[in-house]
Design a protein around this ligand. Structure first.
Ligand code: SF4
Ligand code: SF4
Length: 224
């Protein structure tokens, strides 16, 4: 598994090293706030992952690092096979491992390289119409902290704004479309893109050929 301190094998895709570094920085920063304020998800909870994939919308770019890791570990074909299951859009994210009968307890098997959206599940800040800030929380955390409004207000000043965070990630690579897809669908597109690109990419070649660019929609741009 990729360790955060390593140089990431970006396959020459613009913005991937920065994206991985940003993921790490975002987690470090928000984990520090969580630790200082004692603000955590409920123990063992994974309820936000145990929903139809169509309820978790994500860009293809956010999933490129995870796709690279899977493809480089030789798991690309089996993962694609899983993603080709009928109605995969309505199934929970393929990386969720449930620990309880009702599926609400569980964990992410690809936590280190999970996409941005999943890093925002456990809390994120936004600016309201009256220009004050508030925390965006899942139902469970709202209930858990309903008597802690003062603490939530303080944290909302410290947490990065979701809008800023999303914009930083989006701008790291403008060649991918910015559409959002159900997470299982976005994962399939990202993995197909990476596996396609790997056929051309040779980091040891003195003058590596530029591979054709496959757009996330499946089109190919040979001129890029
Ligand atoms: S990638 Fe991980 S955190 Fe995100 S929805 Fe899937 S299981 Fe949950
Ligand atoms: S964000 Fe909410 S639903 Fe998701 S793991 Fe945390 S407490 Fe559970």
């Amino acid at each position: 598994m990729f360790e955060a301190t390593e140089k990431f094998p970006s396959l020459g895709i613009e913005g991937i090293q920065q994206l991985v570094d940003f993921y790490r920085q975002y987690d470090n920063e928000t984990n520090e706030i969580r630790k200082n304020r004692g603000f955590y998800c409920l123990p063992g909870c994974g309820a936000c992952c145990y929903v139809p994939s169509s309820k978790i919308e994500v860009s293809v770019f956010e999933l490129i690092p995870l796709s690279i890791q899977i493809a480089m570990n030789g798991k690309g074909d089996e993962t694609l096979q899983l993603l080709e299951t009928e109605n995969i859009e309505q199934q929970p994210c393929i990386f969720y491992k449930k620990n309880s009968e009702d599926g609400k307890q569980g964990f992410c098997s690809e936590y280190a390289l999970r996409p941005l959206i999943c890093r925002l599940f456990g809390g994120g800040a936004r600016v309201k119409k009256d220009a004050t800030r508030e925390m965006l929380l899942c139902k469970l955390l709202k209930e858990e902290h309903r008597l802690n409004q003062e603490m939530l207000d303080q944290i909302s000043q410290e947490f990065p704004l979701n809008s800023d965070t999303s914009s930083i990630v989006r701008n790291l690579n403008l060649t991918f479309d910015s559409n959002l897809y159900p997470i299982n669908i976005a994962m399939k597109k990202a993995l197909e893109y990476v596996m396609f690109r790997m056929q051309w990419y040779n980091p040891d070649a003195p003058e590596p050929d530029e591979p054709p660019v496959l757009t996330p929609e499946g089109g190919m741009d040979h001129a890029a």
